[in-house]
Design a protein around this ligand. Sequence first.
Ligand SMILES: Cc1ncc(COP(=O)(O)O)c(C=O)c1O
Length: 441
Amino acid sequence: MDKPASCESVLEHNRRYIPGGISSVNRSIDPAIAFVKGEGAHLWDSEGKRYIDYHAGFAPYFLGHNFKPVNEAAAAALMDGDSLFGAGPSVAEGSLARLICENVPAAEKVTLLNTGSEATSLAIRIARAVTGRSHVIVMQGGYNGNHDELACNVFNTLAEIGPRVCPGEYPLRPLGAGTTITRTHFTHAVNFNDLESVRYVCRRYPTAALITEPLLQNIGVVKPQPGYLEGLRSLADEFGFLLVFDEVKTGFRHALGGYSEISGVKPDLVVYGKAVANGFPLAVVGGKAEYMDSIIDPDPTRRPFVAGTYNGHPVAVAAAIATMRYLIANKDILYPRMEAMGAEIEAGILDIFSRHGILACIARQGSAFSFYLMQKPPADLHDIIEGHDFAKDVALRRALIQRGVFFVPIATKQCSLSAAHTNADIGFTLERFESAVAAVW
Ligand SMILES: Cc1ncc(COP(=O)(O)O)c(C=O)c1O
């Protein structure tokens, strides 16, 4: 099958060989669009239809799809004889690590991996090795990767988790079958923006780590309330757990130094992925040198195990170096421009909702935004499941897709502008948004 005629036929073909036809359940959407090309802020599907993209492949494409300087650097790594030598240090990994450590305040030292999930897994392992404890606090409404201990409690219904718990912890709701999470009892889910529940868990369990996105970006955009991240920092110091910021989505997108730079709160460990290599598979665990150096502790019983055939892969590393260099060279123009574009689309969408008499709000951080069909931006998952109109949200997204604007058709999923979006793209989007709203309401 070289050139499939329709998106449906791609799915049908794939279903014969891949369960469900798609290799990640997160990509399983309705309508099932088979994209074949991405360039800048645009996508094309197998039927030749063009879309303005606000999904950015789940957020990595901060500089746009197939950003030339990054692609050229990756291609050069392939053409120049770089390879996966499987022994010894590489010049490129050292260059990338230096670029990150010199520009990201939270990262005194780093190590390189391939995916966000591997990186959050390693961060937890380091925290356990350093503290000698096992328990981990996660956020209700946060996503930190696909592995056994963290893949739980993201988008639950009220029936699944019950009313708001404070202080206390939520029942664990694994994202799927086949995990040990409910058997090990090491994971504790608490509400975002709730310091009392963190204290509650720490008093009961020897806690190794609290891992959180500094603003939740897997249930839209849910910001920390003033003092919340500072409060987490104080609790970490009081109870001796490691504060781990999962900046897989927020890192490099909101500032060169990630959201920890914006908030001024320094985590003990930090995890990056996605935008760090503008779409190439690379992730980073970084943090305070004293904790990162546990990786080389001379005592093997205290040394967290880090290994990976593809860690520091030359192609992804070359892409990340090019991304970092571009961000560093352009940061003074780029981040304010992304903020201005974000503000423009936010104002435009709010104006449309208001003129149509629809109760709605927008939560936004720079280039990432989400609309909620409710009075005010949520402070936690409960606000969303109690207040948001999920059916209308998805209907609006589908109407936008029909009109050539790709808001991924999953309720509350955040939209990500890229540096490739133009004011003309935003103008077109707002025009289509108005028409979609008129069709849905
Ligand atoms: C905040 C956060 N952490 C971790 C991950 C896992 O990253 P990956 O999908 O690269 O394993 C994701 C993925 O969406 C994420 O959004």
